[in-house]
Ligand binder design. Structure first.
Ligand code: FES
Length: 147
């Protein structure tokens, strides 16, 4: 892996912005979010970026990496061509707020319309529930979707 890599990060707000280039050291095992944090720590302390779990579960770190929607915390630098700049920009599907942070309030409005899960009383003789494998498989599809 190269010792340094160029990251072309979109900087701006809802009114507009532009890409800015940042050359930063990279180490084996790093993901894009690590590089963005390194840039934030050493070169651009005002760079806005959102993340929470760093485990590919919450979706907060979504960004367009080299033009493709990805999770920054799950995108390994070793899977990217580092001989040219890695572009990182906010998700196109949501309005831009600042730098890599977008307005995802639409998600929360939709979530309010989803009825909370209320399990029915246990139906098995041992006081537990049974679920068919085909229903487990279907739920698993939705669990995986964020990844
Ligand atoms: S920080 Fe949660 S999915 Fe990347």
């Amino acid at each position: 892996m190269a010792q340094k890599a160029m990251f072309r990060i979109w900087r701006g707000d809802a009114e507009g912005g532009a890409f800015q280039d940042y050359m930063t050291p990279v180490d084996e095992g790093m993901v894009v979010l690590d590089a963005v944090h390194r840039i934030q720590a050493h070169q651009a302390p005002d760079l806005a970026v959102r993340w929470n779990c760093k485990a590919g579960k919450c979706g907060s770190c979504s960004a367009e990496i080299n033009g493709m929607p990805k999770l920054m915390c799950m995108t390994r630098l070793s899977d990217l061509p580092l001989d040219r700049p890695v572009t990182v920009e906010p998700m196109h599907a949501f309005p831009r707020l600042k730098d890599l942070v977008t307005d995802v309030s639409w998600n929360f409005r939709v979530k309010k319309g989803i009825k909370p899960f209320k399990p029915r009383p246990p139906d098995a003789p041992d006081g537990t529930w049974r679920i068919a494998q085909k229903d487990v498989d279907r739920v698993q599809e939705f669990r995986k979707c964020i990844e």
